[in-house]
Ligand binder design. Structure first.
Ligand SMILES: Cc1ncc(COP(=O)(O)O)c(C=O)c1O
Length: 297
């Protein structure tokens, strides 16, 4: 159970942390968010996540609630107070509290909320057997590159997946091409061993894990094609996997109940996950020694 949440400058008992009923995030989904993995004391790709947060804020004409450097300090203080080494840091910025009205409020400032929750490092079942995916129509808006808290189609998609006994739903555009998962990017590997994922554009979120995987693939000289692929191509692929900050590279072993290849996690997916682990191990610790000691006192 998390001990503290951060609400607009204060570290509050997690059970009592709350925002005002007229917060625009709550009433209008007028807000953005980020999720950063704290992995064995390291904030994975913190800079890239904060860059993306800055971009989301800019696209919605919102300002930083506190400076970027102050945000880094607050994230570390939240980690220190909660005493987690591994978990997910959730950062949410909304346009603030104001009487309900669609137009931007004239006065008012952004509201920053942060939580952290533990996560199990390696769900063994997922790693060893891969996960099942279903496909659904992509019902979202035209700016999926902005990481907003308006996640209703994603919520409905993930629920449909759960009800079908699957882990994730891959959304397909009107032409039958897979866009992405409800909380992950989608990948396949062709018979020739080429890694394929949809190009970054307004129709998908430019995943931070996706970017890191592309960089790792380049170093490993794995051929990559950033192009659209259809559900049918995915069903016939040599491998499929999904990526996100929560679980990095997760093998997909069935899509719509069709077994992918031999039904086992593919070798490239497994190798990329391993490379990703090495990549994270090389990152600096989030807390320095003094901060760590304070968190244990
Ligand atoms: C819709 C969507 N696509 C992709 C991702 C993966 O992004 P990242 O690798 O930055 O976690 C997420 C993560 O939450 C997501 O919600």
């Amino acid at each position: 159970m998390p001990r503290f949440a951060y609400v607009n400058g204060r570290y509050i008992d997690h059970r009592r942390a709350a925002v005002h009923v007229e917060d625009r995030g709550y009433q209008l989904a007028d807000g953005v968010y980020e999720v950063i993995h704290l992995f064995r004391g390291r904030l994975v790709d913190e800079d890239a996540h904060l860059d993306r947060l800055g971009r989301s804020l800019e696209e919605l004409r919102m300002s930083w609630p506190i400076s970027r450097s102050a945000l880094g300090v607050a994230i570390r203080e939240l980690i220190r107070r909660n005493r987690y080494a591994t978990g997910l840091v959730y950062i949410q910025v909304t346009r603030g509290v104001a009487p309900r009205d669609h137009k931007f409020p004239i006065v008012g400032r952004p509201v920053l909320v942060m939580t952290i929750r533990p996560i199990s490092e390696f769900p063994t079942e997922m790693r060893e057997n891969g996960v099942a995916v279903i496909t659904i129509d992509d019902l979202r808006w035209a700016r999926c590159d902005i990481k907003t808290v308006a996640l209703l189609p994603n919520v409905l998609g993930k629920q449909a997946a759960a009800e079908a006994g699957a882990y994730e739903a891959w959304m397909c555009d009107g032409d039958g091409f897979v866009t992405e998962g409800t909380s992950s990017n989608a990948w396949i590997v062709t018979d020739e061993g080429t890694l394929v994922t949809r190009p970054a554009g307004p129709d998908i979120l430019r995943g931070i894990t996706r970017q890191a995987i592309l960089a790792l693939a380049e170093v490993q000289e794995v051929p990559v094609e950033e192009r659209k692929f259809t559900r049918e191509e995915a069903l016939a692929a040599r491998e499929a996997f999904l990526s996100n900050s929560s679980h990095f590279v997760t093998p997909v072993t069935s899509i719509d109940d069709v077994v992918i290849a031999n039904g086992k996690p593919g070798s490239l997916s497994v190798a990329l996950h391993k490379r990703y682990m090495d990549y994270m191990e090389a990152m600096p610790a989030a807390l320095d020694d003094t901060q760590r000691k304070k968190s244990l006192s």
